[in-house]
Design a protein around this ligand. Structure first.
Ligand code: GRF
Length: 215
């Protein structure tokens, strides 16, 4: 499966996906790292790892749809089969989302459907909830909406601040995202009208994460 990863900044999740595709996930290969931001620091990791990179600055397009059209063109030129959004800070138009229906996933640093959107950790701390985590989900037109593929939770301790919580959750994101991508590239899950149907192997692999984390 030829994968494109969309980033806007640091790209630490992208790094984990690339590493996993080079080591334990032989059914997927990262063919393109795309960014809407030429300054995204993750781009140099991709280049240094011999991965094609592409930047299209969204600010030169008046309409969201025009940027999305160029992105779509770039993905097709590279024969991409599947997209992973990894800190990609753009809302995608409905047409784009529908063109990549069930072929695009995203990672979000909360236990969706709670805390969609930005400033997640700040809002989690303010809410005084004692549980947070991360979610990988299929992309749908609504922001941070779509069928959930996998989640990992963590306790929010009384002394956690935004920074501590973001570090804790990011570590979990780095574990969860490669496993979820592999579920798709190994064909271990199916989607039936937005319901995820997990094979036995898929369930085992998701369970194994919790075992690894001692949960
Ligand atoms: C991650 O927390 C991800 O969940 C969110 O944006 C952050 C991106 O981090 N969507 P990185 O660029 O992968 O390091």
């Amino acid at each position: 499966m030829k994968v494109a990863i969309l980033i806007s900044g640091r790209g630490s999740n992208m790094e984990r996906l690339v590493e996993s595709c080079k080591t334990n996930n032989k059914s997927a290969s990262v063919e393109l790292v795309f960014s809407n931001n030429a300054e995204a620091s993750g781009l140099s990791f991709a280049k240094n790892n011999g991965i094609e990179t592409s930047v299209i600055d969204h600010r030169i397009y008046e309409k969201r749809e025009d940027f999305d059209h160029e992105l779509d063109k770039k993905l097709r030129e590279n024969n991409i089969d599947f997209i992973c959004n990894a800190g990609f800070m753009r809302i995608l138009s409905e047409d784009f989302v529908n063109n990549w229906f069930n072929k695009q996933i995203n990672i979000h640093p909360s236990l969706l459907p709670d805390f969609k959107g930005l400033d997640v950790h700040k809002r989690v701390i303010e809410s005084k909830t004692n549980i947070s985590g991360c979610t990988v989900h299929l992309v749908r037109a609504g922001v941070d909406e779509g069928p959930i593929i996998g989640q990992i939770s963590t306790k929010v301790e009384t002394n956690d601040n935004e920074e501590i919580l973001s570090i804790k959750v990011l570590k979990l994101e780095h574990i969860l995202y490669p496993v979820c991508l592999k579920l798709f590239s190994d064909n271990l899950i199916q989607i039936n009208e937005d319901k995820i149907i997990y094979s036995k192997e898929a369930i085992d692999q998701l369970d194994e994460i919790n075992a690894r984390l001692g949960k």
